[in-house]
Design a protein around this ligand. Structure first.
Ligand code: NAP
Length: 333
């Protein structure tokens, strides 16, 4: 697989990563199977998807434990990226950016991941009660201590500020990035980027590119919608995040079908086995050499299919066709 470089530390990863979240979090729990997930991580590594993206809050904790089972056997094949800063409670999720907490969280992640170093340690969300520089300073000390190789920041408030449309969507993130950059270099930013959520292209992606910062594209398959394998009206179990997602009502899924149809049309021009999911990922890859999509998958066949998207070169005509697809309907407002 093509390799891409992340950030000033020039960390090398396979162009398509693996998002491990669906194995333990956010999607229907009854479909989560630990053994299949472990096989999926192995398969992804075999196919060159070296970047494994997880977080201490996925599960909580069980996703890192799962990834750790694979890392124990083949640490050298993998690039592990995890996150801290969010605590899962009974009814809600809270941020904790206190320096002492962040250091303890890192030690706990290292234990669960069965490794002595994390390649990319990301702040999941800034704590509104702690100046972000203090949290980042503690994370920088983890680099000095050799527990972490590089630091990343996840985009903040993208969903809650969705109503400030267009280029201002990521203003809060950029302000935070500018503040933490004064303390220690940011190697990667992680934020949503996909054919139906392209907002990061306006300001955040160019901001990263201009500074040599990598961009991890979260939810590159539109939570599965862009793969064309979901049927409008099929419904989701209550524990699945899509049961509450405004774009996943039967009405909105039906209204957004022209987007999937467009991806399918482009896929059809590239040969029989090419899928809309692969076109969606190839589109993300085409947005810049600093961009690495991390499609989430718990099934082995998806890991194989998604890794193969790194070899799909979209033409200028394909990209223009995708760019001309209708904007997605349905938002969090
Ligand atoms: N930093 C943040 O705040 C943040 C937020 C959200 C996500 N993320 C990261 O981004 C990653 C990706 O996001 P995501 O997993 O929510 O969404 P996604 O990658 O857009 O979509 C994942 C869904 O697509 C399905 N899928 C994957 N490949 C497929 C294929 N080739 N054909 C058909 N279906 C396919 C998966 O099914 P199965 O699960 O059944 O295999 C899963 O339900 C996460 O795993 C996580 O690491 C980060």
């Amino acid at each position: 697989m093509e390799r891409r470089t992340i950030g000033a530390a020039a960390l090398e990863v396979g162009a398509v990563g693996l998002g491990c979240m669906p194995m333990s979090w956010a999607y229907t729990a009854s479909r989560q199977h630990g053994e299949e997930s472990v096989r999926t991580v192995h398969t992804a590594l075999d196919r060159g998807s070296t970047l494994l993206d997880t977080a201490d809050m996925y599960g909580p904790f069980t996703n890192e434990l799962l990834v750790g089972r694979v890392l124990k056997e083949r640490r050298r094949d993998a690039f592990v990226s995890t996150k801290c800063g969010l605590l899962v409670g009974e009814q809600h999720i809270v941020a904790n950016g206190r320096p002492g907490y962040v250091k303890r969280a890192c030690d706990a992640s290292l234990r669960r991941l069965q490794t002595d170093v994390i390649d990319l340690y990301q702040l999941h969300r800034a704590d509104p009660e702690v100046p972000v520089e203090e949290t980042w300073g503690a994370m920088a000390e983890l680099v000095t201590a050799g527990k972490v190789r590089a630091l990343g920041l996840c985009a903040v408030g993208a969903r809650s500020t969705r109503r400030t449309a267009g280029s201002r969507l990521y203003d809060a993130t950029i302000r935070q990035l500018e503040r933490v950059q004064q303390v220690f270099p940011v190697s990667a930013v992680q934020a949503e980027l996909s054919v139906w959520s392209p907002e990061a292209l306006l300001t955040l992606l160019p901001w990263c590119e201009a500074r040599g910062i990598g961009f991890l594209a979260a939810m590159p398959l539109g939570n599965g919608f862009l793969t064309g394998t979901l049927t409008p009206g099929e419904g989701f179990e209550p524990d699945d995040v899509r049961a509450r997602h405004p774009r996943f009502t039967a009405e909105m899924m039906a209204a957004n079908q022209p987007i999937v149809a467009g991806l399918r049309r482009v896929a059809g021009r590239h040969g029989e086995g090419v899928t809309p999911a692969q076109v969606a990922l190839a589109w993300v890859l085409a947005q810049g050499r600093h961009v690495v999509p991390v499609p989430g998958a718990k099934r082995e066949r998806w890991a194989v299919e998604n890794a193969a998207a790194a070899g799909l070169a979209l033409t200028a005509a394909d990209l223009a066709e995708v760019a001309a697809l209708p904007a997605a309907q349905g938002s969090w407002d």
